[in-house]
Structure formats: C-alpha cells, structure tokens
Design a binder for this molecule. Structure first.
Ligand code: VG1
Ligand code: CO
Length: 542
C-alpha cells in the first residue's frame, strides 16, 4: 500500500559540488531522506515506468537509505529499480549501469572521500540519463522543491533483500538486485588491452592497490587480481566497511600516506594506486615517483592512443580551472582544444555528450573519459597499466620523458579545513573586491599580470556559471587560485591552488614545496590567511 505522509521542509537540502552531503545524524532525522528523495522525484518529469539505478559506497546508513529510496520510487511510479547487491555501486559503476541499461537516472548514496561511520558523513547524489551528475538547473529545482514540500508518498512494503541477486517487486515496481561489478568490468574490457596487461603482470610487474576499505575493493579484486592476473594480495583494504576502518577514504598524500611511504621505500612495488570512498578518485604513484593528478591527466591524454578504446586519438581534453596547465600543453601538441571548466564533474557532461572532449580531469585526484559521465578511479589505474604494458618503462621514466617534452608544471594545493565559515567567506569577499587593484602590483618580487573571478561559459548550452574561484596570474606565468569547498560538512574549507611552469629540464627534480616557496608565501599573505582564519599552516597539502 502507498501511504501519503505529511511533512514540513528542512533547511539546507541544497546539493553542493557533488550532491547533498551532511553528517549521518542529519540524514537520520525522521522524514529527512524521504523529503529529499520526494523533492528530487517531484523535480523530474515523465519517468513513469522507467528504470532507476540505485547503489552506494557501503558507508554507514547506506542500506537504510536505499530501502527508503526504493519505497519512494515505487510510490512515484518508476517501473524498475536496478540496485547493486549489498547496496554497493561505485560512482563510475553506477554511471556505467545507467548508460548500459538506458535508465532514466540513478541515485548514488555516498559522501565520497569524506569519512563515514555513525559520526561521519553521508550523501545523496542524483545522476541523469547520460550517467552524469545532475546539472545545476536540476539541483536548483530539487532545492527549491525541498523548501516547499508538504507531503511524500511511500510504499509500506517490507524491506527488499539486498544481498540476493534477482528480481522481486515493491508495489508494481520491479526490483532487480544486480552484480555491482559485472557491467563495469565488461566496459573496462572494451577500453583496455587486457591481454597486454596480463602479460605485464606475467612478466613480474608488481603493484599495490589500496581500496581504503571503501567501495572499489570488489571491483579491484575482480579486475586486477582475478581477470588480469595481479598477484593475490595486490588489493589491500579490499573489504568495504561502513566506517572505512575509521579512516578518510581519500587517496592523497595525507590519508594514503602508508601507500606513499611504501612506494618511496626500498621494497616498493612498480606501481601504487588508491581510490576513494565511492571509487571515482585515484592516486597514482610509481616506484620512487609521486605524480600530481594534473600531471597524470596530461600523461594519460598524451598516451591514451596506446589503449584500444582510444586508438583513434582524442577529440579534446577538459580540465577544471584549478587543475594545472599541463594538459593544455598536450592539447596544443595534439592540435585539440583544452576546455577549462568550474570545479565539479557535472561541468564535463555537456562537453562529453557533444563529443568535444574525450579525456577529462580535476586536480583533486579525478580523471576519466567519455566511457561514463563520472570520474573513474579504476579506469585511471587501468589506463596507466595499459600505458605501462605498451611502453615497458617505469612510471618515473615516463614522467621524466613527459616533462622533458612538455616542461613541468610544479603544482600544489593547500587546504585549510574546517575554518570558521564567516572568516573564510570574508576572506574571499575581501580579495574579490580587491582583484581590480592587483594588476601591475609587485608581490614578493613577482608582478601581477591579471586577476579575476572565474566565470564559465558553457560552449554547448550557452549557460554561464559565475564566481568559480579567484585567480591571480603573474607575469612569469605562475598562478594562484582561491576557492571555497562545496563538499564539506563542517565550517568552511579554503582551497589554495599554486602553480608555476618550469621549461628547464635541469630543474625538473626539485621538491615541489621548495620550488613554489615564494608563491606559497605570496598566497598566504595576499589575503592574510593567518590573520583572518587563525591558521598559520594548511591542514592538508597535496
Ligand atoms: C571537491 C573537489 C572537486 C571534486 C569534488 C567531488 O570539491 O575539489 O574537484 O569534483 O570534491 O569529488 P570541493 O567543492 O570540495 O572543492 V568526490 O570524489 O566528492 O565525488
Ligand atoms: Co568520490
């Protein structure tokens, strides 16, 4: 039976950079999930009888939220729900399933790289029929609806058994519990030369993949170990846990430090890689060589033709604005366009759909292509394996060769997490108001060439998105960018992105923080970060 339940709006059900993200306790309030999911469905049209994909990263509250989504979807008139067994679907796998089964859309339960568990974070993302994150008009409509909602409709059917594959029904709606890995693994097999990668492992290539007790464990084991012949034990922390073992499932130098230390040690494997909570991020480390996500994007773009799925070459590259300009140099050489978008994967969707870009990336450990409409952690790892299998060089040698050809973009991001929100907003507002006065001024010995607040003009649909980050460019080609995070759940996070291009191959082996020391000092003093936030050092450096 379908019940109609009276409700009142909650404040703040506004999706950010990547869906609605809050503390678990916020989602556990009675009616909270119901209100948001009903607001979402109320904002969509003509889905009667259509298919909805549902799955999450396995974090605390995943199963409860999935049961609620299924019951509201049944009441709303969806014809079928495809849900990953155990409630599991990585973000890129959900995107692949939506596309393969021509679903109307999908709901992904995840707060990505944010910590999980009872006192951690939870999140709900909606993806549209192309498999990608809902664009801003959709998320704006959901938020508007959430502020006016008076009732929701929900089936009172018993919970669905999420652990057994196969078909059941909730009201008139079919619920199909599917293998969460199969469709995704099949897609990977069409893009990469699995035989060549098998040969690579067969020749003794060693690797460690850290799934960080998050969603990629089952995917990585099935593909790397069972299909490609990587040694058993290659995948560590491969069991998805509701609290990610108490860690931040964030593949960076701070939260995946063990992996980094291993790769810099005497007993390093050839390759180290890690992925985040929902499987869309990746970190790649070669033996003795860490490379930034921005460099990884550039190297992937320059070598993508070595993988069968990209043998015809790439149509274009897209990168988020704060991502380094390394990819631009590759695009120039290939004679294709490099698009610069605001932070967040949703801005790549139009470019990919229109065939303008093939490979996309963000400095925040996100890389992907037109095979789905999300960034894809394992895809990046498989792309690197394919490149390594063909070139038969070390990661370090490939990176050095790339820098020698294109020059090196020294790059770092400094995050000031959980600072006072008013202080962070004041800092940005004040700097924004001063941007016009900066050109021509000399800061720490460097002359400002121009300064602006990044606005994006989407070349496909003509939409304009403003206030996407403050940029300060210097006459030597260096750049500092400031923006506030849209994914945090406590206070504000100030992100400062610092970059300098170095053409001289003799200067390609400097320590990044040392190479950028003068810019780092300018980046701190220009908006008086310490004075305004009380922080003399960032909390995370990547
Ligand atoms: C961060 C990253 C951004 C990424 C987003 C979602 O956003 O900077 O590049 O797309 O997280 O990634 P923000 O607004 O906090 O800077 V994930 O892995 O959470 O889906
Ligand atoms: Co993620």
């Amino acid at each position: 039976m379908i019940r109609v339940v009276a409700t009142t709006p909650f404040d703040g059900q506004k999706p950010g950079t990547s869906g609605l993200r809050k503390k678990v306790q916020v989602f556990q309030q009675p009616h909270y999930v119901e209100n948001f999911v009903q607001s979402l469905f109320d904002s969509l049209k003509e889905f009667e009888g259509e298919t909805l994909v549902v799955g999450g990263d396995g974090r605390y509250f995943n199963r409860e939220a999935i049961q609620t989504v299924i019951k509201i979807a049944a009441a709303a008139g969806f014809g079928r729900v495809l849900v990953g067994q155990g409630g599991i679907l990585s973000t890129p796998a959900a995107s692949a399933v939506i596309r393969k089964h021509e679903a109307f859309g999908g709901i992904i339960l995840s707060a990505s790289h944010n910590p999980g568990g009872e006192h951690g974070d939870f999140g709900i993302k909606y993806n549209i029929g192309n498999g990608g994150p809902a664009p801003e008009p959709v998320t704006d409509a959901i938020f508007a609806r959430s502020q006016a909602i008076t009732q929701y409709r929900i089936s009172d059917a018993p919970d669905v058994d999420l652990d057994t594959q196969g078909i059941t029904r909730v009201e008139d709606m079919v619920v199909d519990v599917i293998d969460p890995v199969e469709d995704y693994a099949e897609l990977m097999g069409t893009l990469f030369d699995f035989d060549a990668i098998r040969d690579l492992f067969g020749a003794g290539f060693t690797m460690r993949f850290d799934a960080m007790s998050a969603v990629t464990g089952p995917y990585a084991r099935a593909i790397l170990e069972e299909t490609l012949g990587a040694a058993p034990g290659t995948v560590v922390h491969g069991q998805p846990l509701p609290d990610f073992g108490g860690h931040h499932p964030d593949p960076n130098l701070v939260h995946a430090k063990d992996l980094y230390d291993l790769l810099m040690s005497d007993h390093a494997p050839d390759l180290g890689a890690a992925s985040d909570g929902d499987g869309d991020r990746n970190m790649i480390i070669g033996r003795g060589r860490y490379l930034t996500p921005s460099d990884s994007l550039a190297i992937i773009a320059a070598n993508a033709h070595l993988a069968p799925g990209y043998a015809a070459g790439i149509a274009g590259i897209a990168r988020s604005m704060p991502t380094s300009g390394a990819a631009d140099r590759v695009a120039e050489k290939l004679g294709v366009t490099c698009y610069e978008t605001p932070t967040g994967w949703k801005f790549f969707g139009n470019l990919l759909d229109a065939g303008l870009a093939t490979v996309c990336g963000e400095e925040s450990f996100g890389t992907g292509s037109n095979h789905v409409r999300e960034k894809d952690g394992l895809w990046a790892v498989l792309m690197w394996l394919n490149i390594l299998a063909v070139r038969r060089q070390s990661v370090a040698a490939i990176v050095a060769d790339h820098w020698a050809t294109y020059g090196r973009n020294y790059y770092t991001r400094h995050d000031y997490e959980e600072v006072d929100a008013a202080a962070a907003e004041g800092l940005v507002a004040d700097l924004r108001a001063r941007l016009d006065t900066l050109p021509g001024s000399v800061l720490g010995g460097l002359t400002v060439e121009k300064a602006d607040d990044f606005a994006y003009h989407d070349p496909v649909d003509g939409s304009v998105t403003t206030k996407q980050g403050l940029r300060v460019f210097f006459t030597d080609g260096s750049r500092i960018v400031y923006r506030l995070s849209g994914t945090g759940t406590a206070g504000a996070t100030l992100r400062v992105y610092i970059e300098r291009f170095e053409p001289d191959a003799a200067r390609h082996d400097l320590d990044t923080q040392a190479a950028l020391a003068d810019l780092i000092a300018i980046a701190r003093s220009l908006p008086d970060i310490e004075g305004r936030t009380g922080r003399s050092e960032p909390s995370v450096i990547t």
